[in-house]
Design a protein around this ligand. Structure first.
Ligand SMILES: Nc1ncnc2c1ncn2[C@@H]1O[C@H](COP(=O)(O)OP(=O)(O)OP(=O)(O)O)[C@@H](O)[C@H]1O
Ligand SMILES: [Mg+2]
Length: 349
């Protein structure tokens, strides 16, 4: 996919700006606070109709105004789509070629964006939630039914936690909600396991390209129940084992909502042992992996890299830039960066 152009109105500090982008690498430069990340945010917003900064829409709207608007032209091979997103304090609306889109999954089909943001350096050091989000977002994009399973699982989880919190726990109801958790956790685990297995080979290749050395890298996922036996029986048994604990804490302590993935570099946990630079490169490699799972060239995601270069030495920067030349379209923000052959966009403070 190619984002050909984007016009933003009242989007954070940008009152009115239009940018024309190129295929391949686009570099967005400018001093601190010139609005580079805000442009990255607008491009990401096209895909999921939400910010990657985890903020309410209201924060996006320029302080002095009441609404924000993004207009973009996106190409998927020969298919051209005009996307308009209007953000007001009361809500937002999304139009693709003039037609209203109410399901975000439909928008995500029109614009697929892979993002690396500064806080991803902490991906392996932070909470498991960030890593689960990575799995859940990418699996949902690839397999809409996965999102369905997650929604159903979460609904059952909320019900189970409600029951656990009640004065007199209704055992029959508790049992029924546990059975629902087991039912939806099964396919979720299978999807996660398949994804992690597929991504492992890609991750090895990307890391080698980025570091230039033959590092031994491995991603692993251990579901809360061993899938090699009788799943139904084993999963119910696992919930039974933690029942006492769950009743005491009035919350469900095991399940796919508590799972995690881990990555090791040369046999050692990257989060605990890796340097800052290694964490950055491996997190970037992981976040870019889904790009290589999509085989249709026209559907390749747009890659947005906010502040990815900082802390990388000259050698690693060169490896990274050469690697990025392979992608259909990449956006890199940096205070100062020039890349030969790239589309350069300069913002002024
Ligand atoms: N709703 C808003 N209305 C007006 N200005 C805003 C709004 N939200 C954020 N800003 C301003 O936008 C400016 C640019 O922010 P941005 O994070 O895009 O800068 P940047 O170019 O990425 O800087 P850095 O190099 O430090 O990462 C900030 O000064 C911020 O105060
Ligand atoms: Mg920034």
């Amino acid at each position: 996919m190619i984002v050909k152009s984007i016009s933003v109105r009242n989007f954070r500090n940008h009152t009115s700006k239009t940018f024309e982008f190129g295929e391949g690498i686009n570099v967005i430069t400018g001093p601190n606070a010139s609005g580079k990340t805000n442009i990255a945010e607008a491009i990401y917003y096209l895909s999921l109709a939400r910010s990657f900064r985890g903020v309410d829409d209201e924060e996006i709207i320029n302080d002095k105004t009441e609404y924000s608007q993004i207009d973009a032209t996106v190409l998927e091979g020969q298919i051209k789509r005009n996307i308009r997103i209007l953000i007001t304090k009361k809500g937002r609306s999304v139009l693709v070629n003039g037609k209203k889109v109410s399901k975000i999954s439909d928008l995500a089909k029109s614009v697929n964006v892979l993002l690396f943001e500064p806080k991803d350096v902490m991906l392996f050091r932070g909470s498991p939630k960030e890593r689960r989000n990575f799995l859940d977002i990418n699996l949902s994009k690839q397999f809409p039914i996965y999102l369905d399973y997650i929604s159903r699982y979460e609904k059952a989880l909320r019900q189970r936690n409600e029951i656990l919190k009640s004065q007199n726990v209704d055992e029959k109801l508790l049992e029924a909600s546990t059975e629902l958790l087991v039912k939806y956790a099964g396919p979720i685990i299978n999807y996660r396991a398949m994804f992690v297995k597929d991504i492992n080979d890609i991750l090895i290749k990307i890391t080698r390209t980025l570091t230039g050395v033959k590092e031994k890298i491995e991603i692993s996922y251990r579901p809360f129940v061993n899938m090699s036996g009788d799943y139904q029986k084993d999963a119910l048994a696992a919930f039974n084992r933690s029942l006492e604990n769950d009743l005491r804490h009035k919350a469900t302590s095991i399940g796919v909502h508590r799972e995690d993935i881990s990555v090791s570099l040369n046999g050692k946990e990257i989060g605990a042992y890796g340097s800052q630079g290694e964490n950055r490169l491996v997190a970037l490699a992981l976040k870019l992996s889904p790009y290589f799972m999509i085989t249709d060239k026209d559907k390749k995601p747009v890659v947005v890299l906010d502040d990815v270069m900082s802390e990388l030495d000259k050698n690693h920067k060169e490896h990274l830039i050469n690697f990025l030349r392979k992608f259909e379209q990449v956006f890199i923000t940096d205070t100062k960066l020039e890349i030969e052959g790239a589309t350069q966009i300069e913002l002024n403070k």
